[in-house]
Design a protein around this ligand. Sequence first.
Ligand code: HEM
Length: 315
Amino acid sequence: MGSLSSTLLWLLICATIIDAQLTPNFYARTCPTLQSIVRDTMAQAVAKEPRMGASMLRLFFHDCFVNGCDASVLLEDTPSFKGEKNAYANQNSLRGFKLMDIIKKNVEAKCKSTVSCSDILALAARDGVVLLGGPKWTVSLGRKDSRTASFEAANVNLPPPTANLATLISLFAAKNLTARDMTALSGAHTIGMARCSTYRSHIYNEANNINAAFATTKMATCPSIGGDDNLAPLDTSTPNHFDNGYFRNLMAKQGLLHSDQELFNGGSQDAWVRLYARSNYALSKDFVVAMLKMGSISPLTGFSGEIRRHCRFVN
Ligand code: HEM
């Protein structure tokens, strides 16, 4: 083969690798036991503490919304950048870092320097949902890990619990997710907990937009001053089970966060909330579609990024 045609062939191969879309079979040959390692480790963790399923799902969301699903959220601060862990939405709140270390260690033991932290997180989030009784989906793989993180982007891109509907819609639109995707994804609040500091003003200052008896119950564990870290379940009825109870709560004006109740407050999302409250099937279907979209936000593929050896540090 002439040198021109072999150069062209090489360029074609490179372009194919760089353009490579995420695919479920990415590690089929290089790490065939990956999915069972992640699933088994998640199963043990969730059996010990069911909330861990919720925490891994949120960790994935907070990763993907800040410069894409690239495991940037897992990085510790370095002299050259301030990481995302101490951003407003994450500080004293985001969980699952130690569990990520354990899963990564278990994966490394079988498949050294092969699987990215961002792919492990995508699988762990899916397994967390499944282990708590939610829908199952096939995770596309092939993400690389970032070499940097952004405190500033985390503060701008992650939605705060004080956001109104228009802000929520625009923060998700910025990630190419529709309002319907946003509402379906909020169904994640069917599991897990929130701290008093995130819902205090909703239960004390929004009498016209919250069920009075519900607000009073919540005040018992969330005083008007102090108790910032006291926890309450985001889904008051079944906090450890992934179902559509969250949407029925919204219709009963029992959303815990201000932002939750914004989805059912006479606005454009009321119809979707009604549908999801009525149909677990519709919720599961839309949640999975939206998770797949969220999981493919700006992945690093091909020659971009790296396979971190330790999820908290760049190589
Ligand atoms: C729509 C905008 C959203 C806002 C404003 C929001 C806000 C919050 C807040 C304030 C908490 C409580 C954090 C704490 O007190 O420590 C929380 C928890 C949680 N969020 Fe969201 N969230 C949103 C969307 C999402 C999405 C899209 C997902 C996942 C797909 C998600 C998954 C979770 C989970 C599972 C928890 C519980 C975590 C745990 O118990 O460790 N959230 N969210």
